[in-house]
Design a protein around this ligand. Structure first.
Ligand SMILES: [Fe+2]
Ligand SMILES: [Fe+2]
Length: 246
């Protein structure tokens, strides 16, 4: 496997690795700044590929922050490898994530962020949003880069295959197709529709993102506010009807 590195927003690099067995891209994002920020580490077994992608932009040893949404291997499986290779680096995640999983798993403690807390990394400032159960997991959170308004949205807008790095239309259609296909696939019900889902997606839309940096599939640059509203509608219509009987 090899990765492709593309600048999707000013100083924001998408490091994309297509995994043929999963039929999916695993995308990491790197913000090149005074304190370089890596969003997701990817799988532990993909560490050398991801490191190669980071090295195409900056010295991997200079990575300062390792952010992710929720505790899963594609989000933070290579965290300890990064903590070794980048001596000043530290995980940054939700308070729940740090408390429940990361501070036991990781070789160094994480910096736990509260909802709406800002992380300054130089010219860029990241806003942390606590988003329990969106896309999934009690510990879930997302990061929003405020200057160019990039939302690092983890598994939201998931779509399979090895598509182009960035698109300007059609992301909701792809995500909707994947959500419907996922209902009957081998790993169903990955995304819950809960009391929190709609209000969380509305809150993300209100940020007015310009770019949606998706973990699996193309990034989207365009009418992201509308895309988030449309995703909420899709989830509501697809998953929002409680099953009768169980
Ligand atoms: Fe996930
Ligand atoms: Fe993921």
């Amino acid at each position: 496997m090899k990765c492709n590195v593309t600048e999707i927003a000013p100083a924001v690099y998408r490091i994309s690795t297509f995994h043929p067995e999963y039929g999916l891209q695993f995308n990491q994002f790197l913000i090149a700044d005074d304190e370089p920020f890596l969003m997701h580490t990817g799988f532990r077994r993909m560490f050398s590929i991801t490191r190669e992608g980071v090295a195409a932009v900056l010295d991997p040893a200079s990575v300062r922050w390792i952010g992710f949404s929720h505790f899963e291997s594609d989000e933070c499986g290579a965290l300890n490898d990064w903590l070794k290779v980048a001596p000043q680096s530290q995980a940054v995640c939700s308070f729940v994530g740090a408390t429940v999983s990361v501070n036991d798993f990781a070789d160094r403690p994480a910096r736990a962020l509260n909802d709406d807390e800002a992380l300054e990394i130089g010219r860029h400032r990241l806003r942390f949003l606590s988003t329990p159960h969106v896309p999934h997991g009690w510990d879930a959170g997302l990061f929003f880069e405020e200057s160019d308004r990039t939302l690092f949205c983890s598994d939201l807008f998931f779509h399979p295959g090895d598509p182009e790095p960035s698109i300007e239309s059609g992301v909701v259609e792809r995500a909707a197709e994947a959500i419907i296909a996922g209902l009957t696939g081998p790993m169903p019900k990955d995304m819950p529709y809960t009391y929190y889902t709609d209000q969380t997606l509305r809150r993300l839309a209100a940020l007015g993102p310009r770019t949606l940096a998706t973990m699996h599939g193309s990034s989207f640059r365009g009418a992201s506010r509308e895309a988030l509203f449309d995703l909420a509608k899709t989830l509501r219509e697809t998953l929002g009807k409680p099953e009768i009987g169980f």
